[in-house]
Design a binder for this molecule. Structure first.
Ligand code: HEM
Length: 387
């Protein structure tokens, strides 16, 4: 098959404002594998799965190389075989049981936000809820006091807004560097405190590892930094898209309120249809053929999760009976470590929102941020009866 080559602008010009379905069709049109500028896009489910299953040919370490100057993001920037050692230790710390233990804290945090805007009869989901809650959730996961939320939000926003996860470390603007240094300094300080004040949290569990399993400070900071980059604006985006869909579909909303067991399948379908991660980066380690197209060694490749997730005759429709086989959390060895946490945050947000505000409407523009490393909404104004 001949290679389709398009200008770099083709990707940035994706018509996101025309809706996801149009955007998916636009990105799929040139074929399952093609080049935009120096970046290769793999848009088909088959092609993406092939790359995920062959991490020896599609390296993550090389894709996240830029950040190494500052810190190595663990485990996303690690290739096999070392990657498996990290996941063996981390997976139980992020399993459903450990995440369930944080429910009461999460519900209290959500109620705090909802209590603040419910009497007003209006809110902006992004500014008033989905931007703050995921950061509180991560502070809770780390076992850090919530009083640090405002400065934590400032640093994290400075880093996330000023760059994207795929290009971090490469000529970052001074403000991003300042925020990253502030965050590292804070995390290093908190680690010192945790060494003598252990709790029942993720950081304490990692600090408790000993012998061959013990982690260096650089490894712990690399994990924390990745969790902050991977686990905040993804959840912010997903909460926004979920409430946007529900605000405009009162029948679906009523179904979820009447039968809470439909919330988990709704969350899965939102992650498939409107997932916040458009694609994940890799670099080829050898010449490799995907879907009949030859990608040369050392090529930058983007595995397009958001097109791969919408393949098949009814792929653009929500199906609450579908099996959760989507790629919204990625796949293969780098499948999302925080998937159980993210699902919990999303389910609890919907439950708590509906418990207080069952009836609401969209009350203004909800523009999708694009181009961006993560899909999200700039704002989502809602109106409802004050309560
Ligand atoms: C709706 C929310 C989320 C989505 C859609 C999402 C999506 C993803 C995706 C697609 C990957 C694969 C990356 C790749 O293949 O290169 C990934 C990896 C990862 N995610 Fe998430 N994520 C979410 C929330 C979170 C949260 C809350 C955390 C925090 C604990 C987190 C931590 C991670 C980590 C540490 C990895 C790297 C795993 C590895 O390399 O082995 N994510 N995520």
């Amino acid at each position: 098959m001949t290679t389709t080559e398009l200008p770099e602008t083709y990707y940035a010009d994706t018509p996101m404002r025309s809706g996801r379905t149009a955007a998916v069709e636009y990105l799929r049109k040139p074929g399952p594998v093609y080049r935009v500028g120096s970046m290769w896009l793999i848009t088909s489910y088959e092609g993406v799965r092939y790359a995920q299953k062959n991490p020896d040919l599609f390296s993550s370490a090389k894709a996240f190389d830029g950040i190494v100057n500052m810190i190595q993001m663990i485990p996303i920037a690690i290739d096999p075989p070392k990657h498996a050692d990290y996941r063996r230790i981390l997976d139980p710390m992020f399993g459903p049981k450990r995440m369930a233990a944080m429910d009461a804290d999460f519900r209290a945090q959500l109620r705090g936000h909802i209590d603040a805007f419910a009497p007003l009869g209006r809110c902006d989901v992004v500014a008033d809820l989905s931007y703050k809650f995921p950061t509180q959730a991560i502070l809770t996961l780390f076992g850090l006091p919530l009083e640090h939320l405002p400065k934590f939000l400032d640093w994290v926003t400075g880093i996330i807004k000023g760059s994207d996860i795929a290009s971090l470390g490469q000529n970052q603007p001074p403000h991003v560097i300042d925020c990253a240094m502030g965050l590292f300094g804070f995390l290093a300080e908190q680690l010192e405190i945790k060494r003598t004040h252990r709790g029942d949290d993720m950081l304490s569990s990692i600090l408790a590892l000993d012998g061959d399993e013990a982690w260096t400070d650089a490894e712990i900071l690399g994990l924390c930094f990745l969790i902050i980059l991977a686990g905040l604006d993804t959840v912010t985006g997903a909460i926004g898209f979920s409430l946007l869909t529900l605000a405009n579909d009162p029948v679906l909303r009523r179904r979820l309120i009447d039968d809470a067991s439909l919330i988990p399948p709704f969350v899965e379908e939102m992650l498939r249809l409107d997932g916040p991660v458009p694609g994940v980066p890799r670099v080829t380690t050898a010449d490799v053929e995907v879907e009949g197209v030859l990608i040369p060694a050392n090529s930058q490749v983007m595995l397009m999760l958001f097109t791969a997730n919408r393949e098949g005759p009814r792929a653009h429709e929500m199906d609450l009976t579908a099996k959760a086989t989507h790629l919204g959390f990625g796949g293969g060895i780098h499948r999302c470590l925080g998937s159980h946490l993210a699902r919990r945050e999303l389910r609890l947000t919907i439950e708590e929102f509906h418990a207080r505000i069952p009836d609401y409407r969209q009350a203004g523009e909800a523009t999708v941020l694009w181009p961006a490393g993560t899909f999200g909404l700039e704002s989502l104004p809602l109106e409802f009866e004050p309560c």
